[in-house]
Structures are given as structure tokens and as C-alpha cells.
Design a protein around this ligand. Structure first.
Ligand SMILES: Nc1ncnc2c1ncn2[C@@H]1O[C@H](COP(=O)(O)OP(=O)(O)OP(=O)(O)O)[C@@H](O)[C@H]1O
Ligand SMILES: [Mg+2]
Length: 341
């Protein structure tokens, strides 16, 4: 069986992507904001579905999952764009709730020639999500939950929100969490009730250090594990990722070399790859390898939906430096798909 046929890919299962769905408008290369009312010509401008919920939803769909999106959006044109664009990738958008009079969360990203990305952000509707906006029956059709950016959805951190997540997990299903914003001690405090409900926490290095105040990444991850998190996969940009589990030591997974255009959404794509590996039964190190391959592909183009075409393309990246791992991962994912058929 080939893994690149859409029909067969859809047999991987379903992931719920609950969290910020953001419209990104990106332009490159931007060397300066022209003074006064001056103008400047760019090579490329794109508008994409992004955010720790929306960006990962697109990547998961490309990798072959059925995906259900859950978030609050505005009742504006950008909200309509989100639904339209996610629909093109086959994502179920019935869980996107339009908030009257609110703006859809959005970001303008002037991308510098070296790929750096200052961000101008409108937080918008995301934080207005209420627990009863979420259709629990629809949520519970998923095999796993990605909770992207819980710090941006305060209602989910209240007892009713934590109960909802707890019920999802009761069936043995995994909960994956990443942050959207910078990590701070206040955020860690706000997340205290959620931490024991997290199977895998997947922040970047700055967020993990900011949350814990601990410089060493392994020690910082173990701090969170002590607070109830099951395991941590922390991303370290062009260095790759570090997987930390209780009593299993830390495993460093290297990044894949790529020609960087724009790193927007690399973390979201890492999450999509990591989830793909873990839910199909790959080892955590192999899952992180899938995540790093996804991240390197996304870094190679403009926008968080750039680079990744399908699972076969991601496996091809892994095969360039680690053919044995690529073969092992393909076999595991195929076995997962066949067991579901
Ligand atoms: N310059 C790069 N070269 C190769 N791979 C990269 C590069 N930047 C990121 N990646 C890959 O993408 C993964 C995630 O990147 P990063 O650590 O920058 O996430 P992030 O800061 O959470 O990004 P996001 O803005 O999407 O939240 C890394 O683990 C790495 O594998
Ligand atoms: Mg991130």
C-alpha cells in the first residue's frame, strides 16, 4: 500500500485541533518599513491559515488525518477565509464558532531576507471561546486532541473546561499541548490545573525556559513532569528537538538541513509530525524525527502551510539522512492504517 493516496491516508484516523485559528498575511523580503507613505515592491505576499490550532490542522490534514477544527473566530471576511481555506484541505470546520462583532485573530508578518519574522498581531476572537461552544460529541470522535495555545482560551482552564478535557482523556486518548504566546511564570500558574491532563507538552525552548525559569532544557522539562505533565518534546529551532520522558532520559533529535525562507509555523508542523508518530505507535524519538522533517519543509517556503505536501514527502526527507528510520516509520504507520481498515 502506498501512503500517498488520499483515500488511504484518510484511514489514519481523526485529530481534533482546538486552539487559535489565525489568518497570517506574509510578505517577503521586507528589509525596512518605508518612511512616511512610501512604498516597496516585494517578491511574494501570501495569506494562510495559521496558529497553534489552525496551522497544525492544515499540516495534519496534509499528512493524511481527518481533522476537526475547534476555535472562536470573528464574523468577518477573515473568518470566512479560514473556513474556505481549511475546507480546501478537507478539514471539518463545523467546530469554528463565529463571534458576533468580533475580529478573527490575525497577524501581519514582514519576513526579513534571512527568514526572521517580526509579527504584528490582532488577538481577536480566540479568547472568547466558551466551553459550551465546543460540541463534545463531535470532539469525542477524534483519536487524539491537540490543544494549541490553552493560555489564549481562559474558559478552557476553568473547571468546566478541564472536565471536558479530562473526559476526552478518560477513553485512553492522548492530549497534546503547545503554547502560542511566550512562556511566563504567570502562564505556568494559569496552566496548573491543565498540566496533569497533558500527555505530551511541545513548547519551543524559549517558552519552556520562560515558563519554568530553568535554563537547562532537560531540567526545565523535568520540572513540568514533576507538576504532572506526561512527557515533553521541546523544539530548538535549527538544532531540532529534545524529547524528555520520566525515567527515560533525554533524547536529542537533530533538525534536517534546509534552505530557510521563513520559519513561521515550524513549531505547528513539528506538532503535526509528532502527533502523527505517537498516535500511530512510533517511538517518541521517531515521532520527533517526523516532527523535525515537517519543520524543515515548512521552513523552506513562505507561510505556515508551505513545504509539506503529504506524508510520503515527509518520509522522503527523513530517508535522506536516516533511511532505516524512514523505513521503520513507514512500516509502523502502514500497520496502523491497516489495523484500522
Ligand atoms: N532553520 C531551521 N532549519 C531546519 N529545521 C528547522 C529550522 N527552524 C525550525 N526547524 C524545525 O522546525 C521545528 C520547530 O521549530 P521551532 O523550534 O522554531 O518552533 P517554534 O518556535 O515553536 O515555531 P512556531 O512559530 O511555529 O511556534 C524544529 O524542531 C526543527 O526541526
Ligand atoms: Mg511554537
Amino acid at each position: 500500500m502506498s501512503l500517498d493516496s488520499p483515500t488511504q491516508q484518510a484511514s489514519l484516523g481523526r485529530i481534533a485541533a482546538l486552539g487559535p485559528h489565525i489568518v497570517d498575511v506574509l510578505g517577503r523580503p521586507v528589509t525596512e518599513i518605508p518612511p512616511g507613505q512610501g512604498g516597496m515592491l516585494l517578491d511574494e505576499i501570501r495569506m494562510t491559515v495559521a496558529g497553534t490550532g489552525g496551522g497544525a490542522a492544515v499540516d495534519l490534514a496534509k499528512l493524511g488525518w481527518g481533522v476537526s477544527s475547534f476555535a472562536a473566530v470573528g464574523d468577518d471576511g477573515l473568518g470566512a477565509f479560514l473556513r474556505f481555506q481549511l475546507g480546501r484541505f478537507g478539514v471539518d470546520t463545523t467546530g469554528l464558532v463565529g463571534k458576533q462583532g468580533a475580529l478573527t485573530s490575525s497577524t501581519i508578518l514582514p519576513i526579513r531576507p534571512n527568514g526572521e519574522r517580526p509579527a504584528l498581531h490582532v488577538p481577536g476572537a480566540t479568547s472568547a471561546l466558551r466551553v459550551d461552544d465546543i460540541d463534545e460529541a463531535a470532539l469525542s470522535t477524534a483519536d487524539a486532541l491537540l490543544l494549541g495555545g490553552p493560555e489564549t482560551m481562559p474558559a478552557l482552564l476553568e473547571p468546566a473546561g478541564l472536565d471536558l478535557i479530562g473526559r476526552f482523556r478518560d477513553g485512553g486518548r492522548q492530549v497534546f499541548v503547545d503554547l502560542l504566546a511566550a512562556g511566563t511564570p504567570e502562564t505556568l500558574e494559569a496552566l496548573s490545573g491543565l498540566l496533569p491532563l497533558i500527555d505530551w507538552f511541545m513548547p519551543n525552548d524559549d517558552q519552556l525556559r520562560g515558563l519554568t525559569g530553568v535554563e537547562d532544557l532537560t531540567k526545565a522539562a523535568l520540572t513540568l513532569i514533576d507538576l504532572g505533565v506526561g512527557a515533553v518534546a521541546v523544539t530548538t529551532g535549527s538544532d531540532g528537538a529534545l524529547v524528555v520522558r520520566p525515567e527515560a532520559g533525554a533524547i536529542a533529535v537533530p533538525a534536517f538541513a534546509t534552505s530557510v525562507v521563513d520559519t513561521t509555523g515550524c513549531g505547528d508542523s513539528f506538532n503535526a509530525g509528532m502527533i502523527t508518530g505517537l498516535v500511530t505507535g512510533c517511538s517518541p524519538a521517531d515521532a520527533a524525527l517526523i516532527g523535525c522533517a515537517c519543520g524543515s519543509l515548512v521552513a523552506s517556503g513562505l507561510g505556515s502551510d508551505a513545504g509539506i505536501v503529504d506524508l510520503a514527502g515527509v518520509l522522503a526527507v527523513i530517508a535522506t539522512t536516516q533511511p532505516d528510520a524512514a523505513a521503520r516509520i513507514e512500516q509502523r504507520i502502514r500497520a496502523h492504517a491497516e489495523a484500522r481498515a
